[in-house]
Design a protein around this ligand. Structure first.
Ligand code: ATP
Ligand code: MG
Length: 416
């Protein structure tokens, strides 16, 4: 994409009334725009990253048999009354429809997915199965000061699994845990993300959170470095040591909950009377699990973790573009411009994702600063100086030193 065509601009100024680092830098670099506290627009660059995160999650959910669906965000009151959560879920946005009926904006989807799955499940032959969606959720969060980490409108991947018995739920729960770590690996957060024991499983002793260590985190966890697992501060009294090896000296750290999985058992199947017929003709309750992950929170967390004082440093798998090509042409018709244009076309034709800074009237310093702020993994610079050597200058965002690469070799180097 040509940067001259990009309708958003980078900004040197810190956005007003935005205190979180991730939102500040994403707004300055032109990835998102803030509409209200906890409510953001994804601009072209930001949406590219979000879509890449979503696709990674999608691939890993499909790999464990998840079938993608899309449920409504507008949900009728009755479903919430059935489970008791119309009264108890404090973050629920409740509203009246024109038909005088009441609705809630979906904050989570057990109330929709349970009766949905019920319509398609009759006997043990249909079980197990899992469905998931990547969808906008609404929560009336008290504190929405952490940028993308805590939105009032945000994206969630929620997968729900349905089983004939507890044993099968336990089997799938472990498979899902592994899939979660594959996602964190691919988005560049694996080395600081811990399987964390948390209270709050309705029918099991623990639920499991996936906590990513960063100063921006609102949660406190206690890490066992031997086992690579952690305990959430909220249960630490109940579970004062490592749940795996009983080590008592745990390391305290701030962290962001990027995922959360629960064995729901019959918490939702019971109120909806969701039963199936087993092999011997008996009616049995369906066992459920739910598995949440926040793509928009992941995006914010990646930025909190991967940056320096000049800007974002995107992991390649989720970068908006792999390459940022800068033309330092003095005029739109000089030989620098011509060489940069030619290289841009070659890269596009070779399916290399490239953002091309072809903007006129900017200094080299301004272009370098914008490239560092936006944070694509590789920067290419075509200038009078590089052309003297028949080359383009190449530098990784993570490195200080640039290297010259011959123009005729660069496409091959980049696409290998
Ligand atoms: P928290 O404790 O941080 O409020 P939660 O436990 O209420 O989160 P879940 O209901 O388990 O969150 O939601 C599943 C996932 O959705 C979370 O692990 C997180 O990644 C994401 N998520 C939850 N709330 C938000 C939010 N307000 N903004 C962005 N992402 C969120
Ligand atoms: Mg949670």
């Amino acid at each position: 994409m040509r940067q001259s065509q990009l309708f958003t601009k980078v900004s040197r100024e810190l956005p007003k009334d935005e205190t979180s680092f991730n939102a500040q830098i994403l707004i300055r670099a032109g990835f998102i725009d803030k509409l209200a506290a906890g409510v953001y627009t994804y601009l072209p660059l930001g949406l590219k990253v979000l879509n890449k995160i979503n696709n990674i999650i999608r691939e890993e959910m499909e790999a464990i048999g998840g079938q993608e669906i899309l449920m409504p965000a507008l949900t009728p009151k009755d479903n919430w009354v059935t489970t008791g959560r119309w009264e108890t879920l404090d973050v629920l946005f409740r509203l009246k429809g024109g038909d005088e009926r009441e609705y809630a904006l979906g904050a989570t989807h057990e109330e929709v997915v349970t009766p949905l799955a019920q319509k398609h499940t009759f006997s043990y032959k249909e079980l197990p199965f899992a469905v998931y969606q990547i969808q906008t959720k609404f929560r009336n969060e008290m504190r929405a000061k952490a940028g993308l980490i805590r939105g009032r409108e945000f994206l969630m991947k929620d997968l729900y699994s349905f089983h004939a018995d507890e044993e099968d739920l336990n089997r799938y729960y472990k498979i899902a845990q592994k899939a979660y770590f594959r996602v964190f690996d691919r988005v560049g957060l694996l080395d600081r993300t811990y399987l964390t024991f948390a209270s709050g499983g309705t029918f099991s002793k623990y639920s499991h959170e996936f906590q990513t260590v960063t100063e921006a985190g609102e949660d406190t966890i206690y890490i066992c470095d031997d086992c690579q697992i952690a305990v959430n501060a909220e249960i630490i009294d109940e579970q004062p040591g490592c749940p795996n090896c009983d080590k008592t000296e745990l390391r305290e750290a701030g962290a962001v909950e990027v995922g959360n999985i629960f064995k729901l058992r019959d918490r939702y199947s019971k109120p909806f009377d969701f039963n199936y017929t087993n092999e011997t003709g008996e009616r049995k309750i369906v066992e459920m699990g739910c598995y949440g992950m926040g793509p928009s929170r992941l995006l914010g967390t990646v930025v909190e973790v991967h940056h320096d004082d000049r800007g974002i440093i995107w992991p390649e798998a989720i970068a908006p573009f792999k390459i940022h090509l800068l033309s330092l042409a003095a005029r739109p018709d000089d030989r620098v411009s011509e060489a940069a244009n030619k290289l841009y076309v070659e890269l596009v034709n070779s399916q290399v994702e490239v953002l091309y800074d072809d903007r006129a009237g900017l200094s080299a310093g301004e272009k370098f600063a914008a490239a560092d702020l936006i944070g694509c993994p590789i920067r290419l610079v075509v200038s009078e100086r590089s052309l003297k050597d028949g080359s383009v200058e190449m530098k990784r965002r993570t490195e200080q030193e640039a290297a010259l690469v011959k123009l005729e070799k660069i496409v091959k180097v980049l696409s290998s």
